[in-house]
Write a protein that binds this ligand. Structure first.
Ligand code: NAD
Length: 316
């Protein structure tokens, strides 16, 4: 049976599939040629990440397709209900990348409190001529230890972020209407583990008490953080968005950065992705990454293996 991994798949995923008798094609087929390629090559399983779209047109054109797999979480690029109504299995790998996203949140946080995002822009330009001035402008850093991290949305990634925060000595507040209590277990290098019982906080209290706020909710129709929420926050708060573009009002964010209400923002996702607003890209107080939260070798490895295991159990 043939599987087309159109947006790539890890070597470990390929080898697990091959060991179980599947043939894995890793050609990247252009969207317009996708249906023809699937039919001409008798592909039964189509694996995608976020680039390839598997909408009604492709599903209708490929009657022999048995499975669509998304390496990652969001399924916006797949007509899931329609595919399932045609008897096609639709799978994804929601848990595989949580730790990677959480680590990126901390990369933005540590970078933010020590101005790395700005120092990395200015050191190549002025590091040899204005070293002392730069040293002074980045000289009022802060530690994360002892500060409070507010986590809005306490699912897989929110909880993975809380573990890192607790591990570096931060206090954690979370807000999630679906979860009143959550036990978070931290595992250490010597196999010891410690469990913390965390309780839901109402959003207003979190906004008022947190020193840094990170958002981990799914896409929704309304902003989770906009002017009203920024106004309630502590002066100098740091904000991270590694969830979804559209979760934070970017116009209000820029205004709050300019009034010094917010001291810095870390962004991995953007309202107008893949063409983020120039005001965001050029802003001196924003730490930027191009939607790479899940893009670690370890997460891609886990995604490949998780997809392969699900394919084997459903199609073999
Ligand atoms: P999850 O489903 O495990 O958790 C989401 C949580 O948010 C749920 O517990 C839900 O109850 C809560 N929630 C929903 N609306 C809320 C609201 N208005 N206020 C507070 N809580 C709310 O999801 P996850 O796996 O943790 O993923 C979270 C987000 O991260 C998703 O948007 C996902 O697309 C994004 N993500 C980003 C990357 C990246 O590359 N940056 C990678 C993977 C996932």
């Amino acid at each position: 049976m043939k599987i087309l991994a159109n947006d790539g798949i890890s070597e470990s995923g390929i080898s697990l599939l091959e060991k179980n008798g599947f043939q894995v094609l890793t050609t990247t087929v252009a969207q317009q040629q996708l249906a023809n390629y699937i039919n001409d090559n008798d592909v039964v399983g189509l694996l995608v990440r976020s680039a390839t779209k598997v909408k009604k047109d492709v599903i209708d054109a490929c009657p022999k397709l048995k499975l669509i797999g998304r390496g990652g979480v969001g399924m916006d690029n797949i007509d899931v209900a329609y595919a399932e109504s045609k008897g096609i299995h639709v799978i994804n790998t929601p848990a595989a990348s949580s730790e990677s996203v959480a680590e990126l949140v901390f990369a933005h946080l540590y970078g933010g409190v020590r101005f790395l995002y700005d120092a990395n822009r200015n050191m190549p330009l002025e590091g040899d001529s204005r070293f002392k001035q730069l040293k002074k402008s980045y000289g009022k850093g802060k530690e994360l230890r002892g500060k409070t991290l507010g986590i809005i949305g306490f699912g897989r990634i929110g909880q993975a972020t809380a573990k890192l925060a607790i591990g570096v000595g931060m206090n954690v507040l979370y807000h999630d209407p679906q979860l009143d209590n959550v036990e978070v277990s931290l595992s250490f290098f010597d196999n010891r583990s410690v469990t913390f019982n965390l309780k839901n906080t109402d959003k207003e209290r979190l906004l008022k008490e947190a020193d840094f706020i990170t958002v981990h909710v799914p896409f929704q129709n309304e902003y989770v953080l906009g002017k009203k929420e920024f106004d309630m926050m502590k002066d100098g708060v740091g904000i991270i968005n590694a969830a979804r573009g559209g979760v934070i009002d970017e116009v209000a964010l820029v205004a709050a950065l300019e009034s010094n209400k917010i001291s810095f923002a870390g962004m991995d996702v953007y309202e107008s992705e893949p063409n983020p607003e120039i005001k965001i890209l050029m802003h001196p107080k924003i730490s930027l990454t191009p939607h790479i939260g899940a893009a670690t070798e370890e997460a891609q490895d886990r995604i490949g293996v998780e997809l392969a295991e699900q394919i084997i159990s459903r199609l073999k």
